[in-house]
Design a protein around this ligand. Structure first.
Ligand SMILES: [Zn+2]
Ligand SMILES: [Zn+2]
Length: 187
């Protein structure tokens, strides 16, 4: 049974790196600078890179004895929602990428698991899984519009920024406190 299924990668896909121009001689180097459209669901539930947004790839591909080492950065815009007040967050991120992709049927290919070392598919490298991992690691699981965001008043849902400092929902006049207790007993 063949170990590898035939490549299903599209060499024209912006997140697929084609290494045909890179000699398989250790030390050979090629740079890849391009803008790629972000794939869907790149990020976490509350924050991520919008689908179709411009991702700036600034990568170098280096031949090593058993494969190709891809390193560099990917940058792009980030959109999300504050976990405390739900205000929109607009930010950007730059994630470092460093991933080794083993040649098919190399010793590394034969002796490691696919989650340890990436795999080349013929001359092609699918950057998307490594990019996803890097983006998810970089993004905050609980994004905030600012580090000291006070959030919303749990009673009325108004942002604490927009409420007076003494805002409270327990504003019973002491003179009426006794009366409200009476009413409660009657209930
Ligand atoms: Zn907030
Ligand atoms: Zn309130």
């Amino acid at each position: 049974m063949p170990k590898h299924t035939p490549s299903s990668l599209n060499p024209r896909s912006p997140l697929v790196l084609d290494t045909r121009e890179l000699p398989r001689r250790p030390g050979s180097l090629r740079t890849v600078k391009r803008v790629a459209a972000a794939p869907a669901d790149l990020g976490l539930e509350m924050i991520g890179v919008p689908e179709g947004a411009d991702l700036d790839l600034d990568l170098s591909l280096q031949s090593v004895s058993e494969g190709v080492l891809v390193s560099g950065t990917v940058s792009g815009p980030v959109r999300g929602e504050c976990g405390r007040c739900l205000r929109p967050i607009e930010d950007s991120l730059t994630v470092p990428i460093q991933e080794l992709y083993a040649y098919e049927n190399s010793t590394t290919d034969e002796t490691t698991d696919e989650d340890e070392v990436g795999r080349m598919q013929g001359d092609l490298i699918d950057l998307e899984p490594a990019l996803r991992d890097a983006v998810v690691l970089t993004l905050p699981t609980n994004p905030l519009c600012r580090t000291d965001c006070p959030g919303l008043c749990p009673e009325c849902g108004v942002h604490w920024d927009d409420l007076p400092a003494d805002h409270s929902h327990q504003q019973i006049d002491p003179r009426w406190a006794g009366l409200s207790q009476l009413t409660r007993k009657e209930e």
